[in-house]
Write a protein that binds this ligand. Structure first.
Ligand code: ATP
Length: 366
């Protein structure tokens, strides 16, 4: 099921009558979620991702704009009639019911033409449980399950009604690191197996990058960039997006362009054909540094962290806008143990320039 968001806007009235300031939680969001794809809504706290999800679900009504499921305008439909499955961060299972009863619950509430025979309900509940691999645990109560298992029950409960669209709001936040990893792989597998169009809200860029077909990066209610995870990582449209994606994060320097050369401090570190003269903010991905005796960017080494195949060189530079610079270097190329200075050449496609004021990307020929 294709989901279309057309100029979706949500404005919350001011809570404080005196200040009168309303909150524009989502601002003119237009986007088509392709049929059968998993889209990650990504951004820092308060950027409007949950509000977007709630508008798709029908739990919140947009101030303006439209939502279409396929060709059907669902903007004014109540959540029950949209055919959605919702999973929240806190799984909110009914504690007094068994796993089976929890999964059956949404089916037992169907009325009228949607009402199902008991056999059919049980069959569907078992299918959903099997899909999320909890079919062995059907008679347990939620308190007898791990966090990951509880979240699977919540997903099974959302899937049992065979939703047209699956909506997941930070579904992994309450799980520990190992379970998060495992459960996110599970979600991806289930999504692929069922082919249900899915929207996944998270503030964790790694999580969004690893499971999404497409990512929408949001800031203060405004969409910053939409694309495949790798495309956004490789070509961020502004400094905010460049900083938000990637671990370790991108390194940021104050720089300037003069006659198509990029200067960091007094050193010309890269040819930037086509870039106009002026002050710029420079982003360099950690993997964009090459240890090179003739390298023009000279940094003071504070530490070399061994990571196995690679090392992480932690260094400083007076033009760096972060306290430290982190570069990922192949262990075979690592600086000498007693080195205090690292000289770096740069990989041009890992260097991004941004307007120092607007923070928009400035492109140059690589
Ligand atoms: P988080 O990750 O913290 O949940 P989010 O990106 O999901 O954040 P939203 O919950 O969508 O953000 O909130 C977006 C903005 O709208 C925030 O500034 C928030 O304070 C505001 N907001 C959300 N719900 C309401 C509400 N019911 N009334 C007033 N303002 C609201």
């Amino acid at each position: 099921m294709k989901v279309e968001l057309q100029n979706l806007t949500k404005i919350f009235p001011s809570r404080n009558k005196k200040s009168g300031e309303e909150v524009v939680a989502v601002n003119n969001f237009t986007f088509t979620i392709p049929d059968g794809k998993l889209v990650g809504l990504l951004g820092p706290s308060g950027c409007g991702k949950s509000t977007t999800l709630y508008m798709i679900s029908g739990l919140q009504q947009p101030t303006s704009g439209k939502i279409l499921f396929g060709d059907e305008d669902v903007t004014d439909l109540s959540p029950e009639h949209r055919g959605i499955g919702l999973v929240f961060q806190n799984y909110a299972l009914y504690p007094h019911m068994t796993v089976k009863q929890n999964i059956l619950f949404p089916l037992q509430n169907l009325r009228g033409a949607d009402k199902l025979a008991k056999d059919e309900m049980l069959k569907r509940a078992h299918e959903a449980a099997k899909l999320v691999q909890i079919d062995e645990l059907m008679d347990r109560k939620p308190s007898e399950l791990s966090g990951g298992q509880q979240q699977r029950v919540a997903i099974a409960r959302a899937l049992v009604k065979m939703p047209r669209v699956l909506l997941l709001d930070e579904p992994l936040s309450n799980l520990d690191a190992r379970l998060r990893l495992q459960t996110r792989e599970e979600i991806r597998r289930i999504q692929k197996e069922t082919g249900i169009t899915t929207v996944f809200v998270t503030h964790d860029q790694e999580e969004a990058m690893s499971i999404s077909d497409m990512i929408v990066v949001m800031k203060l209610g405004v969409v910053q960039q939409v694309g495949k995870p790798q495309e956004i990582y490789d070509s961020p449209t502004n400094l905010f997006v460049a900083k938000f994606l990637g671990t370790p994060p991108i390194n940021v320097f104050a720089g300037r362009v003069e006659s198509e050369k990029l200067y960091i401090g007094d050193d010309a570190v890269l040819d930037v054909k086509g870039a106009p003269d002026g002050n710029v903010t420079v982003g360099i991905r950690p993997e964009g540094f090459i240890i090179d005796e003739k390298g023009a960017l000279s940094c003071n080494i504070s530490n070399v962290e061994v990571m196995g195949r690679d090392v992480s060189v932690v260094s400083t530079h007076s033009a760096s806008l972060n306290p430290t610079i982190r570069s990922i270097i192949d262990a075979d190329e690592k600086p000498a143990a007693d080195a205090t200075v690292a000289k770096f050449a740069l990989k041009p496609h890992k260097v991004f320039l941004f307007n120092a004021e607007t923070e928009e990307r400035i492109y140059f020929e690589v």
